[in-house]
Design a protein around this ligand. Structure first.
Ligand code: NAP
Length: 521
């Protein structure tokens, strides 16, 4: 099977042998993808010149209706997507649900949120501002959709959600999308785009997809284009520093890797309900999607007095996680997405070895219905840092797999200092029954974390979890997490708009404000 690209309003097969997409459980080749011969300049021009104007002719409300139809179209074909996620990403049903249902739910969320923006084509940011003595002359900030293309470059771990969490916001804003999923898992993203295109929901040029390498795509960016990137910090640096991106001041949003921490409060003893919630969360975060989540818990911070009990309890849970072919309903964790990723994870483990001991690594366990020589399997691995404060690699090396490191801390200050050693993360979680510690954690961690999950027994059941990105909440983090911001409800629209200060007759500005939408409502 050749996975075609959809650019400039038509399906085009790339030239050359292409890159193989494999089933990571068996190693069997499933398909090939190539962007060879694709005219990237023409692809971007079509999005800007055909897709953009057609989208902007609609109002926010009109585009929200379009999103509703997309969500319905995807929901009808959910079973196909789960099958592809299982085959090409090694997903269990739970893993596939997070990716596929996460995608559909996020599009649905923006359909509902966008409906509230009504018939407007412009967003008012704040009210009128007086600038001098004469009240007749005032100012108003507005946000207008950018008139370029939105280039969405995604990582391999969420082919469905990664595509739609970006596309939903961009399309609602009125900005056409040129999506570039990671090649190794692009089949699912391409199938979803194909279904939406065939359903005739979107105007020509509103959504394109490139299935293969990025080629010279970035050589053709222009003013008004925006780039939203998810992936490794190395690639992010290359994109940010690209000569044309810099020359044309193209806005870049980066979601990169991070070493997210989970903190067990100093007040929690092993018999507290928060201890169980914490243990369950750590084990779940390590094994869901075989730990290939940018938000997964990588560093587990526990009071020194309960470190042994925590290690034992997490290890006991991991030992109850059957690993193997995700087609077997007994299996709770599948493979990594490929042998390259397995090799990278093993390199990461080797980098952590000098600073850690192994608490649990699945040694002696057998794979269920799978051959370790063909598949890309790594058993869940819990490490323990020998000296967390002196260690370096455990705070710097992200092993993108089912691997976390337990770290014992002395007191609250030590815990916060260790969390900050991640130099900026997408998320931290805190399990405590002490309201004072919870409040301190919010203050101590907020500047270095895009999201903080605060859990006591009262929200144990209601919690959406450490690793799950909710569309109404911000996704992104400072520092090594990339410094980006996505989602956050309608806040996410800001990236796809240009803010402009209007200065003029107050009465005219009031009329403009009255016809504009507001995202602070
Ligand atoms: P990656 O190697 O950086 O690739 C990410 C994307 O960039 C892929 O689509 C890749 O295309 C593309 N790409 C590579 N070189 C490029 C270039 N020179 N110009 C334009 N695009 C280029 O990352 P990955 O291995 O797919 O993803 C794993 C990493 O992503 C992990 O470190 C993880 O922590 C991070 N991640 C972060 C988030 C988040 O939300 N913060 C989410 C998921 C993953 P090809 O596939 O064709 O090479």
């Amino acid at each position: 099977m050749n996975i075609e690209n959809y650019v400039a309003g038509r399906w085009i097969a790339g030239t050359g042998a292409g890159q193989p997409l494999v089933d990571p459980t068996t190693g069997a080749e499933l398909a090939r993808a190539s962007t060879g011969g694709i005219d990237f300049a023409a692809a971007l021009a079509h999005a800007r010149e055909v897709g953009g104007p057609a989208l902007r002719r609609l109002t926010y409300g009109g585009r929200a209706q379009m999103l509703r139809r997309i969500a319905d179209c995807l929901a009808e074909r959910r079973a196909d997507y789960v099958g592809i996620a299982r085959a090409n990403s090694g997903n269990t049903d739970t893993d596939a649900a997070i990716d596929v249902d996460g995608a559909i739910g996020t599009v649905g969320f923006f359909a509902r949120a966008g409906q509230k923006l009504g018939d407007a084509r412009l967003i008012a940011d704040g009210g009128l501002i007086r600038m001098g003595k004469d009240e007749a002359f005032q100012a108003l900030h507005v946000m207008a959709p950018v008139r370029g293309a939105a280039i969405h470059i995604n990582a391999f771990n969420f082919p469905a959600w990664g595509l739609w969490e970006k596309a939903a916001v961009s399309l609602l804003a009125g900005v056409p999308v040129v999506a570039k999923p990671a090649t190794v898992t692009c089949w699912l993203a391409q199938r979803m785009v194909r279904d939406v295109i065939e359903a005739g929901i979107l105007p020509d040029g509103a959504l394109s997809i490139l299935c293969g390498g990025a080629g010279d795509l970035l050589d053709h960016v222009a003013e008004g284009d925006v780039i939203a990137f998810t992936g490794s910090a190395d690639t992010a640096a290359r994109i940010r520093g690209h000569r044309r991106v810099v020359e044309r001041s193209v806005r870049v949003n980066v979601e990169a890797d991070s070493l997210n921490a989970c903190i067990l409060g100093p007040d929690i003893r092993p018999d507290a309900p928060e201890f169980d919630l914490f243990v369950r969360e750590v084990a779940r975060e390590m094994t869901v999607k075989a730990g290939q989540k940018c938000t997964a818990i990588r560093r587990v911070l526990v009071p020194a007095s309960v470190a042994d009990a925590a290690a034992e309890a997490i290890a006991a849970r991991l030992a109850r996680t059957p690993v193997g072919d995700p087609r077997n309903p007994e299996v709770r964790m599948g493979p990594l997405v490929g042998r390259d990723q397995l090799a990278a994870a093993r390199d990461g483990l080797a980098a952590l070895a000098a600073e850690t001991g192994t608490v649990f690594d699945g040694a002696g366990s057998a794979l269920v219905d799978a051959d370790p020589d063909c598949g890309a399997f790594l058993f869940p691995t819990l490490l323990r840092a020998n000296d967390p404060a002196a260690a370096r690699a455990v705070h710097e090396v992200e092993v993108f797999g089912p691997v976390s490191t337990l770290m014992a801390y002395r007191d609250a200050d030590d815990a916060f200092a260790l969390a900050r050693r991640g130099r900026g993360s997408l998320v931290a979680s805190v399990f405590t029954a002490d309201p004072g510690f919870m409040a301190d954690a919010a203050i101590e961690l907020a500047d270095m974390h895009g999201r903080i999950l605060l859990i006591d027994a009262s929200v144990g059941k209601a919690s959406t979890g450490h690793g799950i990105v909710m569309p109404m909440c911000l996704h992104g983090g400072p520092g090594r997490a990339g410094g980006g911001e996505e989602l956050g409800g309608l806040r996410g629209l800001a990236f796809y708009h240009q803010r402009s200060a209007l200065q003029g007759p107050a009465a005219r500005l009031e009329a403009i404000a009255a016809g504009a939408a507001r995202i602070d409502a």
